[in-house]
Design a protein around this ligand. Structure first.
Ligand SMILES: NC(=O)C1=CN([C@@H]2O[C@H](COP(=O)(O)OP(=O)(O)OC[C@H]3O[C@@H](n4cnc5c(N)ncnc54)[C@H](OP(=O)(O)O)[C@@H]3O)[C@@H](O)[C@H]2O)C=CC1
Ligand SMILES: O=C(O)C1=NCCCC1
Length: 350
């Protein structure tokens, strides 16, 4: 059937509280604690609201199969350690990274405000989400935040023969006077693993330069990358160096696993990387005369004056505004699957 004769997929709209509630009930029904269900649902619903499609509801089956396989502990109680005036550590207990961050957040914030800078080292944790939700709220409170998390071996270091690094994202958020925070959040691979999975599902080819097949040959076929192939770092040796830095800061520094160190082969269905995460939070009121938000606003104005039309984060903020106005669009079939997973549809297959 040609595209022109295809009926548009049916779409339904939920507001943020309704989607969060639905996702929370799914997590609860599949073995997480109430806190973990609340934190993950909030994270995932906000990703969907902002159009972070590779890390929104697309991830729910992976969360659930990882829980079902016993790979990740949905009941873990994060242990927060007050290490030094500017250092907080958390042992996530083999649970998710986001509840660990939530448990340590107040202490991290008060240390950053009093010392000017504070570091949070999360270890023994699973991060399966977008990274911007971890940093953006700090910038909304006037702080600068940087976070790094490593994932699972699927990226060939520049100049190497086989994969070793994860897709290892870096997210940064800074306050800006009179506007939303400046935020970027990017995988250090040429493309996120989730986007390769989505391309495969949709039968699309990738642009050149994203990955290699099982023989190390360049390919645009997402299936060849996922089936024994690998991704490449973005920007050659430069992205590769940043990915190495993420391994060092998110794993070696926190006490977490490198992307190549965990073995999930005995847990069919496991998809969540068991690694570590680092967050650095700076209170700019201690530095630079305390005018950081004005200065960042000035920088953006100058970037616009030389022709910049789109800042990192603009697409998300636009999608967020549209979602708040119209509701969060979800394919009707996807929403039906989510409702079945929550037990809302007693005839549904979950
Ligand atoms: N948990 C994990 O282990 C992993 C998670 N991820 C997540 O995957 C997600 C997607 O990553 P990735 O595919 O690298 O992200 P993208 O390449 O889509 O975007 C990266 C950043 O660049 C911005 N951007 C994109 N296009 C432009 C442009 N033309 N001009 C200016 N800025 C632009 C984006 O802003 P905007 O958001 O507004 O589009 C975003 O901040 C991230 O949320 C990341 O955290 C990735 C790897 C591993
Ligand atoms: O898209 C990615 O790349 C990843 N996202 C979640 C964790 C695994 C890697």
């Amino acid at each position: 059937m040609s595209e022109a004769t295809l009926a548009p997929a049916a779409v339904e709209y939920l507001d943020l509280p309704a989607l969060t509630d639905l996702l929370q009930r799914i997590f609860l029904r599949h073995g997480t604690s109430a806190t973990t269900a609340r934190v993950l649902a909030d994270n995932c619903a906000r990703a969907q609201r902002d159009g972070s499609h590779s890390h929104g509801v697309f991830r729910i089956p992976g969360y659930l199969s990882s829980l079902a396989s016993g790979w990740v502990n949905g009941q873990a109680l994060p242990q927060v350690e007050d290490v030094a005036p500017g250092v907080v550590a958390v042992d996530a207990g083999g649970g998710f990274a986001q509840p660990a961050l939530a448990a340590a957040r107040a202490l991290l914030l008060s240390k950053a405000r009093s010392a000017g800078i504070a570091v949070l080292a999360i270890r023994n944790s699973h991060h399966f989400a977008a990274l911007w939700p971890d940093v953006e709220p700090f910038a909304e409170e006037g702080l600068v935040a940087l976070s790094l998390v490593n994932s699972m071996t699927c990226v060939v270091p520049h100049g190497a023969q086989r994969p070793l690094f994860g897709t290892n994202p870096i997210a940064f958020a800074a306050p800006r006077e009179g506007a939303e925070p400046i935020v970027f959040d990017l995988a250090t691979s040429a493309i996120a693993h989730g986007d390769v999975q989505i391309a495969k599902r949709q039968g699309q080819q990738l642009p050149p330069g994203m990955g290699v097949d099982r023989d190390g040959q360049p390919t645009c076929d997402p299936a060849a990358i996922l089936d024994g192939g690998a991704l490449l770092p973005f920007g050659g040796h430069k992205g590769s160096a940043l990915s190495m830095m993420v391994e060092l800061l998110a794993a070696a520094l926190t006490g977490g696993n490198f992307s190549f160190e965990f073995d999930w082969s005995q847990h069919p269905g496991a998809q969540t990387p068991w690694t570590g995460q680092l967050l650095i939070v700076i209170d700019p009121s201690h530095l630079g005369g305390g005018h950081f938000a004005q200065r960042s606003g000035e920088l953006v104005r100058q970037m616009q004056a030389v022709g910049l039309e789109r800042m990192p984060g603009d697409r998300r903020y636009r999608t967020r505004a549209k979602s708040l106005e119209e509701g969060i669009p979800l394919a009707a079939a996807e929403l039906a699957r989510l409702r079945a997973l929550a037990g809302d549809d007693k005839t549904g297959d979950d």
